[in-house]
Write a protein that binds this ligand. Structure first.
Ligand SMILES: Nc1nc2c(c(=O)[nH]1)N=C([C@H](O)[C@@H](O)CO)CN2
Length: 118
């Protein structure tokens, strides 16, 4: 499947981090998602029910990460991938999770994972 639905730069405010002080505050995570989907069906029908609804996925990303409050980005990414694949029937996805400002000398730090079969 070559077709993709994507979400770029989704900001989610949540508790995240391994240090004691990080468990006392909220910080922003920035999520990029590429998700395999057959866009030819909604392309024909013009029905959102046939599409992978990026608004619904975005809302679920936020609730998932705010409930999870991960220590590691790796755990946040893994759980988020699992939830999205299970709940939306996404066969393959690529997910990047950035933590702005975590390393002040770096432009960005984070993790990127791919799960499933494309
Ligand atoms: N590979 C990772 N390394 C680190 C993480 C992480 O989630 N994955 N997290 C931290 C701290 O929480 C840091 O972001 C605080 O600034 C350190 N290394």
């Amino acid at each position: 499947m070559a077709d993709i639905v994507f979400i770029e730069g989704l900001v989610v405010e949540t508790v995240v981090g391994v240090y004691d002080w990080e468990r006392q505050v909220t910080q922003n995570l920035v999520i990029d998602l590429e998700m395999a989907w057959d866009n030819s069906v909604p392309g024909r029908t013009d029905e959102v029910a046939d599409a992978l609804d990026y608004a619904a996925v975005s809302a679920r990303v936020e609730t998932c990460l705010q409930a999870l409050r991960p220590q590691l980005l790796e755990h946040g990414a893994e759980e988020l991938a699992r939830v999205l694949q299970d709940e939306f029937g996404i066969a393959w996805l690529r997910l990047a999770m950035r933590k702005p400002g975590a390393v002040p000398a770096a432009t960005a730090v984070g993790v990127r994972i791919e799960r499933g079969v494309r």
